[in-house]
Design a protein around this ligand. Structure first.
Ligand SMILES: Cc1cc2nc3c(=O)[nH]c(=O)nc-3n(C[C@H](O)[C@H](O)[C@H](O)COP(=O)(O)OP(=O)(O)OC[C@H]3O[C@@H](n4cnc5c(N)ncnc54)[C@H](O)[C@@H]3O)c2cc1C
Length: 501
C-alpha cells in the first residue's frame, strides 16, 4: 500500500488464499504507534482505526481482535500446585494502556490480513493468490519471479522485490542462503492451536486475591513461565483463544511435542491452573508443531531486493517483538523507496537497512536468551522484562513527542550507556547465580533502567503490578528532554485523558 501511495505499480503475490489462519497475533503500544504513524505519513486513513481497540470496534466490528490492556506473567513449577502468593513474587503485570478505548489488540490474522489485502486492492495493488513461486532470476539486474498459477507458468518482472513470506521464506530458499545462528540462543520449538471454550483465568480458583489488578488479567497477553519454556494465552472477541507453548528442545522432547494435542494435554496436566482454565476447551485448528523457532538469514537485502525483518529472521514470540521489528523495517524501507529510488544512494541505504535490522534482531536475541536462562529465577526474569518495558515505553513517549532521535533503535540497543549496559546484564543473567547474586543483578538492572524509566517500573511499593499513571510520565519529563506542558499535550493528543462528554 505504501509503495502504491509512492506512485509505484505493485503486484502482491500470495502462495495461499485469504482469509487464512496464521500465527503472530499480539500487538504492543510501539507496534500500534508505528502503524498509526505509517497510516498518517502515507495517507492510509482506512487503516488508522486498527491502531487502537476503541476505534477498531467502531470501524471494523466484524474484524475479530482481542483486547490487550497489558502483559500478564505468572511463574509455575511444573507438576506442583500453585502456592499462595500474597507478596506477588511469582507474577508480573505491566499495563500498556489506561483504558479500553486506547488499548492494544491481538490481531485475528485471518480477518486482519484479509482486510489488508482488500484495502491494498482498493488502492490499485494487483493481487495474485495461489501462486507457487519457483525461482528468482535476473539479479543483480531486473529481478524476475517465475512460478505457476492454476497450472499456468507465470513470470513477473519487477524493479524491486520485497520478500514478506516469513522465516525460511521465498528468497532465503530461492537464493540458497545459509542460515546464521543467533549467538547463545537455545534451540527452541513451539506447539500451538486456536481453541474455543477457554475460561477466563480470573474466574478460576488460581486467581485468589482481593487486590484489584491494574487491568483485568485476561485482557492481556498472558504468559505462563516455567523452567525451560512459556505458554501464551490470547483471547479474541469472537470466542476463539490462541494458545501455545514455546520451549527448549529438552522440554519439547520430555513432553513429546511431535505428538501434537497429546503433548499439549500433558503440559496442561503439569500446570493445574491452566488445566482448570482449559477444562472445557476444544481445539478448532489442527495443532502446529514448529520444530525450530528461531531463524536468521545470511543476507537481508541485495541489489533490487529486500526481506522484511519478519522474513529475515525470528527469535521467539516472547514479549511480542515480531510486529514492532517488522513495522520498523517497513518504515525504513518505505523511506528508502521514497527518498532514494533511482538515486546512487539506493544500494547503500538498503545495506544500512539490512545492518540495522540485523543489529536489532541480535539485540532481541540477547534479551530473550537471558529470559530463557532465568525462567527458573523469576525475580531476575521479571527484572529483565522491565528492561524491555522501560525501553518500549520510553521509545513510545519519545516518538509521540516527535523526538525520534532519542529512541531510534529497537530496545534502545544503540543508545549510549544503556545499550552496552544491557549487553553486560544479559550476559551475566546467563551465569549460574546464588540468591544474593540474583538480588544484586536485579538491583543493577533497576539502576540501568532508571535514565529511561518513564513508567514507574521497579518501584517496590507496586509489588510487581504496574499500572499506567500519568504522574510517572510527568515526573520523568527531564528524561525525555520535554516540559510538563509538552507531556500533558501529548497525553491529551493520544487519548490518555478521557474526553469529557
Ligand atoms: C509461534 C509464533 C507466535 C508469534 N507471536 C507473535 C506475537 O504475539 N506478536 C508479534 O508481534 N509477533 C509474533 N510472532 C511473529 C509474527 O508471526 C511475525 O512478525 C508476523 O507474522 C509477520 O507477518 P508477515 O505477514 O510479514 O509474515 P507471515 O505472517 O509469516 O505471513 C507470510 C505470508 O507469506 C505467504 N508466503 C509464504 N511463502 C510464500 C511464497 N513462497 N510465495 C508466496 N507467498 C508466500 C504466506 O502464505 C503468508 O500469507 C510470532 C511468531 C511465531 C512463530
Amino acid at each position: 500500500m505504501i509503495a502504491r501511495q509512492l506512485g509505484r505499480s505493485v503486484v502482491l503475490i500470495e502462495r495461499g488464499t485469504h482469509p487464512r489462519v496464521v500465527i503472530g497475533e499480539s500487538s504492543t503500544p510501539l507496534s500500534n504507534l508505528l502503524l498509526e504513524e505509517l497510516t498518517e505519513r502515507y495517507d492510509l486513513p482506512a487503516l488508522r482505526p486498527l491502531a487502537k481497540w476503541g476505534s477498531w470496534q467502531r470501524a471494523f466490528p466484524d474484524v475479530a481482535c482481542g483486547l490487550k490492556r497489558g502483559f500478564t506473567f505468572y511463574r509455575h513449577r511444573l507438576g506442583s500446585q500453585p502456592a499462595p502468593d500474597p507478596a506477588r513474587q511469582d507474577q508480573l503485570l505491566v499495563a500498556a494502556s489506561p483504558r479500553d478505548e486506547i488499548a492494544d489488540t491481538h490481531w485475528y490474522r485471518a480477518d486482519f490480513d484479509h482486510l489488508l489485502v482488500q484495502e491494498a486492492q482498493k488502492l490499485g495493488v494487483d493481487y495474485l493468490d495461489r501462486v507457487a513461486l519457483h525461482a528468482i532470476t535476473g539479479i543483480p539486474g531486473e529481478p524476475t519471479l517465475e512460478g505457476t498459477r492454476d497450472g499456468q507458468e507465470i513470470t513477473v518482472r519487477a524493479k524491486f522485490v520485497v520478500d514478506a513470506t516469513g522465516p525460511r521464506g521465498f528468497l532465503y530458499r530461492a537464493l540458497q542462503q545459509e542460515e546464521r545462528a543467533l549467538p547463545g540462543f537455545p534451540a527452541t520449538q513451539a506447539l500451538y492451536s486456536h481453541f474455543t471454550g477457554v475460561r477466563r483465568l480470573a474466574d478460576t480458583p488460581f486467581h485468589r486475591t482481593n487486590d484489584v489488578p491494574p487491568y483485568p488479567i485476561d485482557d492481556a497477553a498472558v504468559h505462563h513461565v516455567f523452567d525451560g519454556g512459556w505458554i501464551w494465552v490470547l483471547r479474541f472477541n469472537n470466542g476463539v483463544t490462541s494458545a501455545g507453548v514455546a520451549a527448549t528442545d529438552r522440554i519439547a522432547a520430555e513432553l513429546r511435542f511431535t505428538d501434537g494435542e497429546d503433548a499439549w494435554q500433558r503440559l496442561l496436566h503439569r500446570i493445574p491452573a491452566l488445566q482448570a482454565q482449559f477444562a472445557g476447551a476444544r481445539a478448532v485448528q489442527p495443532f502446529t508443531h514448529m520444530p525450530r523457532l528461531s531463524f536468521r538469514a545470511a543476507a537481508f537485502a541485495g541489489p533490487r531486493w529486500a526481506m522484511l525483518p519478519s522474513a529475515a529472521g525470528f527469535v521467539d514470540p516472547l514479549l511480542s517483538t515480531g510486529f514492532p521489528l517488522t513495522l520498523l523495517g517497513v518504515e525504513r524501507l518505505a523511506a528508502v523507496l521514497e527518498q532514494d529510488w533511482g538515486a546512487d544512494t539506493f544500494e547503500a541505504r538498503l545495506q544500512s537497512y539490512a545492518a540495522r535490522t540485523d543489529r536489532e534482531m541480535l539485540a532481541t536475541g540477547r534479551l530473550i536468551t537471558a529470559l530463557y536462562a532465568t525462567m527458573n529465577n523469576f525475580p531476575v526474569f521479571a527484572a529483565l522484562s522491565l528492561l524491555y518495558f522501560a525501553a518500549a515505553s520510553y521509545s513510545e513517549a519519545a516518538r509521540r513527542l516527535r523526538k525520534p532521535h532519542l529512541a531510534s533503535s529497537f530496545l534502545l540497543c544503540e543508545r549510549l550507556v544503556f545499550g552496552p549496559a544491557c549487553v553486560r546484564l544479559f550476559d551475566r543473567a546467563q551465569q549460574p547465580m546464588t540468591d544474593s547474586e540474583s538480588a544484586q543483578l536485579v538491583s543493577e538492572i533497576l539502576s540501568t533502567i532508571e535514565p529511561v524509566n518513564v513508567a514507574g517500573l521497579g518501584r517496590l511499593s507496586r509489588r510487581n503490578w504496574y499500572p499506567v499513571e500519568a504522574s510517572d510520565l510527568l515526573e520523568s519529563a527531564h528524561k525525555l528532554e520535554a516540559t510538563e506542558q509538552e507531556l500533558l499535550a501529548m497525553l491529551a493528543c493520544c487519548g490518555f485523558t478521557e474526553a469529557q462528554p
